[in-house]
Ligand binder design. Structure first.
Ligand code: ADP
Ligand code: MG
Length: 258
């Protein structure tokens, strides 16, 4: 275990219960050991940016947190409640964890407003009127309320990703996971999505963000977690990580991207 744990005390919220807590999490794909003894705590309201080379396990880490991927051993708890293996309780907990992917994954044959209002009605049992009211507030918040009756293909990539963020927020998640949310976007659309995410962070959302946008990491992250070969190799503040990475692997990574 090579993780730098010097900053983990800052991972605790004042109330004591971390919003995300991973303890000794291991995950294999066949012979490939993709997550190795991961210990990670994210406090309420904290923004953690996950960096690391391609194939280091960043996406798998995200996917285990809402059990899109099962783990082999260890424990993951959201706001103090351990993730159950399966069943109805899992669906409820999964709803607490919003996820936004590189590909926007919107329902192509539903309007933007329908995309945002579907899950609250189906999973939470919200009345349509109420879901639409709440959905419009969210579309305002991400700046695309005037697009509500359009279909995803009629929107720009940046607008689609903001719709995907609104759709995740519609479930009133406790945690938002972002897996390279701007990687599929044309460059001129990256900033509007990052701005939306920065707004969320300012509103106090707990966020785990896999990104290659170093500007966002420097400005918005409370912590940077650097993954390498399925391990958390460093866990520190953005200032410390970017100015004085502690491991050769992180120095090598930064040398390639900066
Ligand atoms: P990252 O997001 O950091 O690029 P991933 O978490 O996607 O890394 O992948 C970590 C490793 O696990 C890679 O070697 C990848 O090829 C492998 N992997 C990811 N998903 C699967 C899967 N469903 N089946 C088998 N191997 C996988
Ligand atoms: Mg990935």
């Amino acid at each position: 275990m090579t993780a730098d744990t010097s900053s983990t005390s800052s991972a605790r919220s004042s109330s004591g219960t971390p919003m995300i807590r991973m303890t000794g999490v291991d995950k294999h794909f066949g012979d490939l050991h993709v997550l190795r003894d991961i210990d990670l705590e994210v406090a309420r309201g904290q923004v953690v940016v996950v960096l690391g080379p391609s194939g280091s396990g960043k996406s798998t880490l995200c996917r285990t947190i809402n059990r899109l991927e099962p783990i082999d051993s260890g424990e993951i708890a959201i706001d103090g409640t351990p993730l159950p293996a399966e069943g109805k309780a899992l669906a409820g907990l999964r709803a607490d964890v919003g996820m936004v992917f590189q590909s926007f994954n919107l329902f192509a044959h539903k309007t933007i407003l329908e995309n945002v209002t579907l899950a609250p009605q189906k999973v939470r049992g919200t009345r349509r009127e109420d879901a639409e009211k709440a959905g419009m507030v969210l579309l305002e918040r991400v700046g695309i309320a005037n697009q509500k009756d359009k279909y995803p293909a009629q929107l720009s990539g940046g607008q689609q990703q903001r719709a995907a963020i609104a759709r995740a927020l519609a479930m009133t998640p406790k945690v938002m996971l972002f897996d390279e949310p701007t990687s599929a976007l044309d460059p001129e659309m990256v900033q509007e999505v990052l701005d939306t995410m920065t707004g969320l962070a300012s509103d106090g959302m707990t966020m785990l963000v896999v990104t290659h946008e170093m500007g966002f990491a420097r400005r918005a992250a409370h912590r940077v977690v650097f993954m390498s070969d399925g391990e958390i190799a460093e866990d520190s503040t953005p200032e410390a990580f970017f100015s004085k990475p502690k491991t050769d692997r992180a120095r090598d990574f930064l040398g390639k991207i900066l």
